[in-house]
Design a protein. Sequence first.
Lengths: 103, 273, 214
Amino acid sequence: MADPMKIRANVVGDSTEVKVLMSHEMETGQRKDAQGKVIPAWFIQNVRVVHNDKVVLAAQWGPSVAKNPFLSFKFKGGAKGDKIRITWVDNHNDTRTDEATIA
Amino acid sequence: MPGMIRRIVAASAVVCVFAGVVADVFAQSTADEIAKYRDALQDGNPAELWEARGEEMWKTPRGPKHVAFASCDLGQGAGVVKGAYAQLPRYFADAGRVMDLETRLVWCMVNQQGYTHADATKTVFGNGSAKRSDLEALAAYVTSRSQGVKMNVPLDEPHVHDMYALGEKMFYYRGGTHDFACATCHGDDGKRIRLQDLPNLTKVEGAQKAYTTWPAYRVSQGELRTFQWRLNDCFRQQRFPELVFGSDASIALTAYLAGRANGAEYRGPAIKR
Amino acid sequence: MQRRNIVRTASGALLIAATAGGVLYGCASAPADRADGQRAEAMLKSSFKAHGQATLDRLDQDETQRLCSEYAGRALPQPVAERIEKANLATIRFPADGKLVGDWKSGEKIAQSGRGFQYSDDPTKPAGANCYACHQLSPQELSYGTIGPSLYQFGKRRGFTDETRRYAWQKIYNAQAFNACSNMPRFGHRHILTDAQIRDVVALLVDPASPVNR
């Protein structure tokens, strides 16, 4: 079971600024272990951010994103007290969803 | 994008002016780019993921005795975390020993939560999701609660004072196949190994800057590393045998460097290359 | 107040070392100082564990290491420096065939490699000299350290002479023969590099065709 994300969401002017840390290995599939065996690829493939049932960000990621990714973005709208919900799915079909309140 | 173009123009101007010392200019611009990279890392430090896991662990009853860290005294009273790291290492009468944070956490796990020493120290340094270290997460949580607090290691306490003096001796101890001491790399101003700047730990400012930024998330390893790890890996590179986790030498060196950092604001867990 | 105490403890320890090295000053040390030194040594032994090739005997100091530790952080008295340099000069061996200069290309590879003698290193593989960690050499390599001086144009500046070649060999073999308590490892004396490897690193420094001298 993956660790929770660390989410911060703040109203800045007429937008909401969201900063998310995700706990994930993001293994590229290019590296080898000490025995010379390829370490299989394991990375987040899809990220979705929902605000009031509306998708405000959808992303497809690849193996070039660093371990323990940090994602920062803004979307128009959002008010203090609103909820945002973030979901990631990796190439093992493991998934994690966390929610945060906009401050 | 215009910023990028400006930077390229500026860089080529520099090369034209100082054509005679091209290598130095390149080295300088490399150092500048590394500095920019470090700045870019400051936002979104994954150390927070360790802090969150450590906080959860701190508050949850655990071990064979099902006891939470609420009964663990880090020097400021049972369960008190705020500001505790800024006053470590210190002498603990119940253990009869000067301890740093990591050693004290192990002591609480063994004496209060009922772990064996072997279990409590099974994974002191983590390696990926398959081999995670509880101690690193706990250390991240505890240290984060000293952010902004001035370092104040109790050097006037005789036991701590004694360890500080031993730590100073250790710092200058040359040995191994290569004759290296801590001071070989950390005894002078403005030096670097390859392109990595080396803090001069014999100066108060150097010790303050270095000590107050551990633990740190190491981007190159994707791991949060504690000061025990920092010492352990320095000795590996010194070609010494392996420094034992929580050993007296490790605590003496920590007391020496933490004590020299006294007066500086604690700023960890930080993020480093 | 506490600072003064610390200085006293440290200099007390220094006193012991000078006596242990005895020949120099032959002064007596107080029992408390000796106890302090023994405690420091006991602490050291109990604080490390053997790991692969890095065994506990690496903590044992030879006389040079001991004196350099004790005088670290302050000026080395002239007689001590002379004694260290004399003892280290006596360790230097020249190759039996008299050949001091090898292949600079292989020397460059040795200068680049930081592997060897760490417990994480494979002891069956040849060690590197890691020159670039501390010195500038070939100008093409921008990632060089500054703990030691720049060696760019080493041969060109000193002249491509027998004297330069002999000096380079000796300096790599045992730098403390010329500069007591130098930070530089004693590559020949401590068997870090083989004679053949030293030859190649000498070539990197003194061969007119080496990028160091271009």
